[in-house]
Design a protein around this ligand. Structure first.
Ligand code: PLP
Length: 371
């Protein structure tokens, strides 16, 4: 039995059980399982939440990224700039369009794309930039948007970990040309299965993404372009509508929990706590420390029933799948160092003070012993 689980989806479900069961019942009662009114309703709600004109519900965050890229015309021979400090899906979406991922390293404190490195990797083949709002904190978007505009590049925000995060008062997904979300169950806004969404203010791209997610059809069985089945499912949309109403208070609880962790770690020089950039409202999808004795610490905590994670143990450019890019160790030193030192502590809205104290005591005990 976990004393402190890494995430606890059950406890959240218990707090909204009646609303969730009612929403599922409605979908079944109306037998609108694929696309349909619950998907349209959720799309409207998420667009409003993000401050965007359009939202297209799809099957996953990976699909959202891939559809966004395809619909912007990214194709064979193009290059798309992103970071190696991300979940592999960001790079996979680029590869699945036939394009080549080109990486830049991340900032030492925010662990997000370092905009000062962008100009040096832009070539005539560069088509787009994908900044990734990792762990719940948005990338420094102003310099990225400026560089993109100067070079006529698209910006696709990977907001898969940043539901409700803000940059200078603007919500994740609303600054670039297109924003992509994942509703994988453990996300700040998580479905009870797989789901994702694309948001944009451009009606032309919205129509194209809407068409491509549904076999390229404008009307039933009239297919204008070659598309795919990337539709969102009705039950997931209904559940997400319920959960979106709770998201602001859940994000606030995550921020409170992060502050509690920060307070309890204060003065402990063996751990580097997350830093919040001045421009950002961080929503702590993950609370990530840097420590020197990471593997020992994870193993020791797990023996005591305290479960942590690593996001991510191997940088994307060093994954076997991307060996063909021929990017060796040393190519992106900040990302590589972080992948050896990152430890994600338990983080979810319902985490109690006692659980947080238990985690911090465990980290102190094992870190100081090791040192
Ligand atoms: C940064 C990032 N990008 C993309 C994805 C892909 O989303 P999904 O798992 O819904 O396909 C994830 C999900 O974990 C993610 O964290």
């Amino acid at each position: 039995m976990a004393r402190v689980p890494f995430v606890d989806l059950k406890i959240q479900y218990e707090s909204i059980r009646d609303e969730i069961e009612e929403s599922i019942h409605q979908v079944i009662d109306q037998t609108v399982f694929s696309g349909g009114p619950f998907v349209s309703q959720f799309e409207k709600e998420l667009a409003t939440f993000c401050g965007c004109e359009h939202c297209i519900g799809v099957g996953s965050g990976t699909e959202a990224l891939w559809l966004a890229l395809c619909s912007l015309g990214v194709t064979q021979g193009d290059e798309v700039i992103t970071v190696p400090n991300t979940f592999i899906a960001t790079a996979e979406a680029i590869s699945f369009c036939g394009a080549q991922p080109v990486f830049v390293d991340v900032d030492e404190r925010t662990y997000n794309m370092d905009p000062t490195l962008l100009e040096a990797v832009i070539t005539p083949k560069t088509k787009a930039i994908i900044p990734v709002h990792l762990f719940g904190q948005m990338v420094d978007m102003d310099p990225i948007m400026e560089i993109a505009r100067n070079h006529s590049l698209f910006v696709i925000e990977d907001a898969c970990q940043a539901h409700g995060a803000e940059y200078k008062g603007k919500r994740a997904g609303s600054i670039g040309d297109v924003g992509c979300f994942s509703f994988y169950p453990g996300k700040n806004l998580g479905a009870y299965g797989e789901a994702g969404a694309v948001v944009t203010n451009n009606p032309e791209w919205a129509n194209r993404i809407r068409m491509v997610r549904d076999h390229g059809q404008k009307s039933k069985y009239y297919h204008s372009v070659i598309g795919w089945n990337a539709r969102m499912d009705g039950i997931q949309a209904a559940i997400l509508s319920v959960k979106l109403r709770h998201l602001p208070q859940w994000n606030a609880a995550r921020q409170r929990n992060a502050q509690r962790y920060n307070t309890l770690f204060k003065g402990m020089k063996e751990v580097m706590t997350p830093s919040e950039a001045k421009y950002a409202k961080h929503v702590y999808h993950l609370y990530v420390l840097r420590v020197k004795n990471r593997d020992h610490l994870i193993a020791s905590l797990s023996e005591e029933g305290i479960y942590c994670g690593i996001h991510y143990p191997v940088a994307v450019h060093l994954q076997e799948a991307y060996r063909f890019l021929d990017l060796n160790e040393g190519s992106y030193p900040v990302t590589e160092q972080c992948s050896k030192e990152f430890i994600s502590l338990p983080m979810f809205p319902e985490l109690t003070d006692e659980q947080i104290k238990c985690v911090v005591d465990g980290v102190k005990r094992h870190t100081l012993q090791e040192g």
